[in-house]
Design a protein around this ligand. Structure first.
Ligand SMILES: NC(=O)c1ccc[n+]([C@@H]2O[C@H](COP(=O)([O-])OP(=O)(O)OC[C@H]3O[C@@H](n4cnc5c(N)ncnc54)[C@H](O)[C@@H]3O)[C@@H](O)[C@H]2O)c1
Length: 255
């Protein structure tokens, strides 16, 4: 497969390495920071293009990989819908439910695949637990929790876009704990009711939450707790805990 990458910042390097491992070729890339884009192109043997439109229309691109911040996903998706190219976007899918739904609908109507990077579904631990739950080894699920009690430094939030509503869509919940939210929903199913508190800018100079805790009721009747933070010193390994009538399983880190 031939890939076109939009956004050549930190995470795009992981993508490029992964593509090299599986024999995919990054043919073209772009970035609004031209220097960063050109350096990336040179490093991975790709051609730098000056706009995302060109990436989405390029004849040597089978699918487009969007590694920008989450306020910029729908724009390339709309062109991919026209050119019938599949598209992958980094998490989170969007900064708003409305745009996320529009993205899903646009991809569906065009008959293209839209993927969102949720890599923890592919961890051995979560795959093993997914199968164990489906095989009934934990019995009826009573409670499913996620704890993401992390710490991020002031430097991490030094760029104004970090933790902003407009560009990142929020703080610790949508940016950090989104992986554990995704795994919980994948393992246990949808959430019917939710109640929570957050603290906006508890310790960081951001608009959004750096402390959040919530109580969940899943569609299957199980209850759960979700705690997420980027303000808890010194920062602890994230955990998912699933309690069923026949047993308990805990994923700590990726194990
Ligand atoms: N799945 C994970 O574990 C994981 C880890 C890190 C980051 N991410 C996600 O990846 C995304 C990018 O994060 P990052 O850390 O690489 O950020 P980054 O700032 O290092 O890189 C983003 C790049 O996108 C470019 N860009 C912004 N708008 C653009 C546009 N309109 N057209 C072209 N280029 C544009 C920027 O110039 C920058 O080079 C975020 O959504 C983040 O949440 C996911």
């Amino acid at each position: 497969m031939r890939v076109g990458i939009i956004g050549t910042g930190a995470i795009s390097h992981k993508h490029a390495q992964a593509y090299a491992n599986i024999g995919y070729k990054v043919t073209v890339c772009t970035d609004i920071n031209e220097q960063a884009g050109r350096q990336f192109a040179e490093r991975y043997g790709a051609q730098f293009l000056s706009s995302y439109e060109e990436v989405c229309r390029h004849p040597e691109v089978d699918f487009v990989d969007v590694c920008t911040f989450p306020d910029f996903r729908l724009q390339p998706l709309k062109i991919c819908a026209e050119t019938k190219k599949h598209i992958q976007v980094q998490k989170p899918i969007s900064t708003s439910l409305e745009t996320a739904r529009e993205m899903i609908e646009t991809a569906r109507r065009a008959g293209i695949q839209l993927g969102v990077v949720s890599q923890h579904r592919f961890d051995d631990s979560s795959r093993c637990l997914y199968k164990a739950i489906r095989d009934g080894r934990l019995g009826k699920i009573l409670q499913a929790d996620a704890y993401v009690k992390w710490y991020r430094t002031p430097e991490y939030y030094s760029r104004p876009i970090k933790g902003s509503w407009a560009v990142e869509g929020g703080g610790a919940l949508i940016n950090q704990a989104i992986h554990q939210v995704d795994v919980l929903r994948w393992l246990v199913g949808g959430v019917k009711e939710l109640f929570g508190y957050w603290q906006l800018a508890a310790i960081h100079k951001i608009e959004s939450e750096d402390v959040v805790c919530a109580l969940l009721r899943y569609e299957n009747g199980a209850t759960g707790v979700l705690q997420a933070s980027t303000a808890f010193w010194p920062g602890y390994t994230e955990r998912i805990e699933i309690h069923g009538t026949k047993g308990t399983a805990i994923i700590s880190g990726d194990k």
